[in-house]
Design a protein around this ligand. Structure first.
Ligand SMILES: [Zn+2]
Length: 174
């Protein structure tokens, strides 16, 4: 079975124990946010390596790295062969900045497109414009469904409904 299929079978298995799945995703979101923070601090450095090598670099397990590669793939200048990759496949995290920002908006992930690491990359005006362009396009990026009582993906420790799920992700609206 491919790594991607293993990850998706595990991460999107709605028949799994709800608590286990919730913990897995809380842990995933925290690691994902930390990798994005690191990438955005040096947005012009192209990070490459094997799937296993990048997991080691970021101090995460292989499956979390596979999930990350699944999530970032649409934002890359050249997509990785995520369907068929194994742990020794060379991959790149050479992301397109606008596309990454917009995909974070499309996923409703304010805890990612709102990261302060974006500020030196795009000024506020640009972030607002990209946000609006994305919203106007009507594209929604499907990811993990977050339930109101799940821990908020931002890592605040609050329930989603009390944190970023409160009024939806609306940082650049109104
Ligand atoms: Zn939050």
């Amino acid at each position: 079975m491919s790594l991607l299929k293993q990850w998706r079978d595990m991460a999107y298995d709605e028949s799994a124990n709800k608590g286990d799945l919730q913990r897995m995703w809380a842990d995933y979101f925290e690691k994902e946010k930390n990798i994005y923070k690191e990438l955005l601090q040096n947005p012009d450095d192209v990070v490459t390596g094997t799937v296993k090598g990048l997991a080691e670099k970021y101090g995460i397990d292989l499956m979390t790295m596979v999930g990350f590669l699944d999530g970032i793939n649409d934002s890359l200048k050249t997509p990785n062969p995520i369907e068929e990759m194994d742990e020794d496949t060379e991959v790149s995290l050479d992301f397109d900045k606008e596309s990454l920002f917009k995909n974070m908006v499309a996923a409703g992930a304010e805890w990612l497109y709102g990261l302060e690491e974006w500020e030196p990359i795009f000024d506020e005006e640009t972030r607002k414009r990209l946000y609006q362009e994305q919203k106007m396009s009507g594209t929604v990026k499907k990811g993990r469904k977050i339930y109101p009582n799940d821990p908020c993906p931002c890592g605040s420790g609050k329930k989603y409904k009390k944190c970023h799920g409160k009024n939806g992700a609306n940082r650049y609206e109104a």
